[in-house]
Design a protein around this ligand. Structure first.
Ligand code: TMP
Length: 224
């Protein structure tokens, strides 16, 4: 006897959203709120972070944030953690239609290692091609704020880690590298004023999320 089978609607890939900015720019205040906004729209959402997001990635994060190392080692470990994260967590989630909201991704490597550590773009580009040649975030919220304000927030708030211990000049380079990336990919980046009130930031995030949800529902309508 043939079994009746229920037909499920084909599932569009989830969208990949990243949040970036210098330490103290304010992104952490909004991540879980942002994920809840998507869940309120009946979407399945995974929030995660880099470096981290897997057991191995979290162990690498502890090393990266607390052990002194050569800038090349730091860059390679960032991508080692990312590779694990992509393969075991991010890609499977996107494939099954879950949206992924990730606190930092490869833009952070371009900004911190490429800009802050002055490694430049080329070697990071090689690793990016190796680890995720075909994947880019669908939308990146870049929280941008004056470095002095960001520094003050970090130093007031917690015991600084290895990156947060860096001098203002390091963060100026990080910020410049982020802004350079945003300028070169204005379709993907949405710059958020890190000095704006929580209400104003969330109003802007809501407008962007509405557009992304619309885009996703168009994809859903055309899913094979
Ligand atoms: P977090 O404090 O925002 O969780 O980020 C941890 C630190 O790791 C932050 O100072 C930025 C740094 N970082 C890099 O230097 N390169 C990277 O690729 C990533 C993902 C983070």
């Amino acid at each position: 006897m043939t079994q009746p089978h229920t037909q499920t609607a084909p599932q569009a890939r989830g969208l990949f959203i990243t949040l970036e900015g210098v330490d103290g720019a304010g992104k952490s205040t909004h991540i879980s709120w942002l994920a809840d906004q998507l869940r309120n729209r009946q979407l399945s959402v995974l929030t995660t972070r880099e470096p981290g997001g897997t057991d191995l990635g979290e162990q690498l994060r502890t090393m990266l944030l607390h052990h002194a190392m050569h800038p090349d080692t730091e860059t390679l470990l960032m991508f080692a953690a990312r590779n694990e994260h992509l393969r075991s967590c991010i890609e499977p989630a996107l494939t099954k239609g879950t949206w992924v909201v990730c606190d930092r991704f490869t833009d952070a490597t371009y900004a911190y290692q490429g800009g802050g550590r002055a490694l430049g773009k080329n070697r990071i580009g090689v690793l990016e091609q190796w680890v995720h040649p075909a994947l880019q975030p669908d939308c990146t919220f870049l929280f941008d704020v004056d470095v002095d304000i960001a520094r003050q927030r970090v130093l007031d708030g917690r015991t600084p880690d290895r990156f947060e211990h860096e001098q203002a000049a390091f963060f100026q380079q990080v910020r410049a590298a982020y802004l350079d990336r945003a300028q070169n990919d204005p379709q993907r980046f949405c710059i958020i004023d890190g000095k704006a009130s929580i209400t104003d930031v969330r109003a802007k995030l809501t407008r962007q999320l509405d557009q992304l949800v619309q885009r996703h529902s168009n994809l859903q309508d055309h899913a094979p």
